[in-house]
Design a binder for this molecule. Sequence first.
Ligand code: HAM
Length: 423
Amino acid sequence: MSVQKPARGTQDLIGETAQSFRWITDTAWKVAQRFGFIEISTPIFEFTEVFKRSLGDTTDIVSKEMYCFNDRNGESLTLRPEGTAGVVRAFLSNGLAQNLPLKLFYSGPMFRYERPQKGRYRQFHQLGVEVLGHDTPKLDVETICLAGQFLEELGLREQVQLELNTLGDQSSRQKYRSALQDYFSNYRSELSPESQERLQKNPLRILDSKSEGDQKIASDAPPLEQFLNDESKKFIDGVKQGLTDIDCKYVWNTHLVRGLDYYCHTVFEFTTNNLGAQNAVLAGGRYDQLVEMMGGKPTPGFGWAAGIERLSMLIGKREELQKKRPIALLPMSEAAHREASRILAELRQNGLVVETTYSGSNLGKLMKKANKWNASATVILGDDELDKKKVTVKGMDSGEQKEVDFSELSDYLLNNFAASTAK
Ligand code: HAM
């Protein structure tokens, strides 16, 4: 049997890394609750059609990155490449249209068959929010502000910048598509093979091509702003004004087009210079046609998702993510072991982090174990201590020793070794 990971771009998350993922998700959930969100968790696979319909047949994700398989019944299923489509599917299957507006928070693994590189995985983790039922720029501003607050609480606000663009409504975008096709057709032979392919299917994506040659050509392409109708203009002006009102700085980036077909109007990304090519840590936008495209009544939507791996890389090492220093409870005899199991339960019930030994009576060896655990204190329990109903507590940093009554042990440790708690 092979013990290799199942694919390049998958990871085993162990200890501090897993802890960091949990902390990031908990922080996001804490902030989202302040904005009135409820939690949703959908299956990690859906009928393939759910993604094809919503993300768009010509997108990279649908055309080459999905993990599709037939189940035993011959149904085509797909591991979710992102969260929005499944949330909208759940919105429709659970008849949630009665409860609008809805603010939903989710997190979990996503799957894309991409070329792995720094910050890009085949199984990765997102946390995200979706708001259904509001079509005002105020909502876009508030939900971007939620993202900003979340990044602030991770301590990353200084490392990221907000990039903003509009894709306009459907009719503006349609006009822009043809204008771009006309413009890029003049340079067809100079475009990268990928962009040549996109020329017919999805010319907007040429704007955010990573190829230098494409970028040069794209820099003179007409901007979408020239093709926005009044309604689309008014909408994005409302978003810009709202962001300015709350002093949220943004960079206007006309080449920000996003890789999914369901967007309209506002699109945005929080990007960083500290991760190399995979610079987007949190991204999203408005999707007012998506619910309808998936068979529901027209319902506006707005949301974003953050890549947890990328956030975790930016955060790096943090003290609170490290394993807690435990109290080491060291029983030295059979009788002491029985008393120790009672003490152990009491200390842990009171929130203390405690490790113990299960055998051995050589104090030197037991202390070695306590050192290996990086214990903050040792509690030594031998036959003498049993008789006196006292233990000897030794602070491992100070070296100080003190005899403490059984009945006072828990309070003594809580007062003197508060860092060895998990509450
Ligand atoms: P997305 O831009 O495809 O949008 O992904 C959002 C974030 O997920 C990215 O900015 C990045 O941080 C992370 N990410 C994406 N692919 C990978 C990967 N292969 N490895 C590591 N991290 C990755 C969406 O998924 C939309 N559903 C966001 C949204 C929600 N729009 C509206 N609502």
